[in-house]
Structure formats: C-alpha cells, structure tokens
Unconditional design. Structure first.
Length: 143
C-alpha cells in the first residue's frame, strides 16, 4: 500500500517545498526531523493558507481587489522561509500507520486527523506514504 514520495525536512526552503507540491500534484509532504524520522505532514492547503493574507482569509471579497503582482509577491515570500515556518505553532498528531495496517485502519487514522496523506512506518522507520486518493483506489470497487 505504501508509495514512494518526496520528503522535505524542517530546514528545506519553503518555496522549493511548494514547487514540489505543485509540480507533482501532491496533496501533502512528509516533513522529517534531522534524523530522518517523520515530524509533521504539510498539506498543500497549509501552503495555500500561507500565501493568502489573513485579512483576505477573513473577508474573501477582498481578493477581488488584489492585483496579480500582489499574488506574485506572496509566492516570492516563500523563498525567504523554511518549511518549519509553514507548520502550525502547536504540533499536531502525526498521521502515521504501520506497513501492515488494513485499509480500514489507515482510513480511520486519515479521517480522524483530516489528513490527505499518512506516513507508512515499518520497524520504526519511514518506508513511504499512502495518499487519500491511493486509499480510495484500493477501497472502492473497480468500474
């Protein structure tokens, strides 16, 4: 069930991480500690949230008055940040599953944590990920 996926660490440039999400159309990235163990899941939606100013998130009608150059500057802002800057201040429970968990066990963790991706572990080390779309492909009947 585990798939290979690119990893980033806490010190990875935030723009590089965002580009990786965009280019590979990934729902999220696994963020690792210095020792390579999973630290957090960085959903693409969290990166999008960083790009949109808080006042626009509070009142989406203000987005209409933003120019494209303002949007470009928001993207450039990522180049001066690290992945750690995109993560919530309070550490959240990490979506991890064991390599031999059932589809239902994996689905339960992903649903409870509302996470689009789970880190797959075997013998205490990261061996891959499972995405929500992969999980659906395995769980749903074939057409």
């Amino acid at each position: 069930m585990a798939e290979d996926a690119p990893l980033v660490n806490l010190d990875t440039n935030a723009l590089e991480a965002a580009q990786l999400l965009a280019e590979r159309r990934l729902p999220a990235l696994v963020v690792t500690d210095a020792d390579g163990s999973p630290h957090a899941i960085l959903p693409a939606s969290q990166v999008v949230q960083f790009l949109v100013p808080g006042y626009v998130q509070d009142d989406p009608s203000l987005a209409r008055v933003m120019t494209e150059s303002m949007a470009d500057r928001a993207g450039e802002k990522l180049g001066h940040k690290q992945v750690r800057d995109l993560l919530p201040r309070e550490r959240r429970e990490l979506a991890t599953v064991n390599h031999d968990d059932t589809i239902i066990e994996v689905a339960a963790i992903m649903a409870r944590l509302r996470c689009p991706l789970a880190a797959v572990m075997k013998d205490g080390r990261l061996i891959g990920v499972v995405t929500a779309s992969r999980l659906l492909a395995l769980a749903l009947p074939k057409r």
